[in-house]
Design a protein around this ligand. Sequence first.
Ligand code: SF4
Length: 210
Amino acid sequence: MNSAKRQEIFLRLQAANPHPTTELEYHSAFELLVAVILSAQATDVSVNAATRQLFPIANTPQGLLDLGEDKLRDYIQRIGLYKTKARHIIQTCRILLEKHGEAVPQTREALETLPGVGRKTANVVLNTAFGQPTIAVDTHIFRVSNRTGLAPGKTMLEVEKKLLKVVPDQFKHDAHHWLILHGRYICQARKPRCGMCRIVDLCDYSNKEI
Ligand code: SF4
């Protein structure tokens, strides 16, 4: 795919949704961090249902430590891997309290030392809470990047590096959200909705479902 096509893809995604953001609900960097940890292999809808109950009770590292791991589990028990996630969140709260004055760190290195926080989670927090032009590649972005020819790659990391190289600077901050939403609602895994796709004429996929 050439750079003119890439530019046009993002122009159209931007025109349709000028201020995209995550579908996770949050009011602080810490709430976002917890929500993103919870969202691994879970839907944003299920995470929001849990955090709507949890955050009014506890939404700081100290608050969650006071709540305790057992009670935290009760709030998140409908989310996959909830026991592991509860343990990671409590461990993360302890580190934030002891090493970061309760603040969420703003560097990838510091974020990735937190239990339950990998490269993707760090990218989401850096982008969405702190405005950095990172691109967190999830299953949707991986699929869309490969199908369309926007940034083909065999691994998440390969696709991320390619996207960082080829996405025009003016779109870098929001690219992550546009591509996730496009994958979630239009370029779906089993049956892409090519007939409704606003970039159908720019996409290189050879098996379009029209
Ligand atoms: S045309 Fe089809 S395959 Fe290409 S991006 Fe749109 S939905 Fe996905």
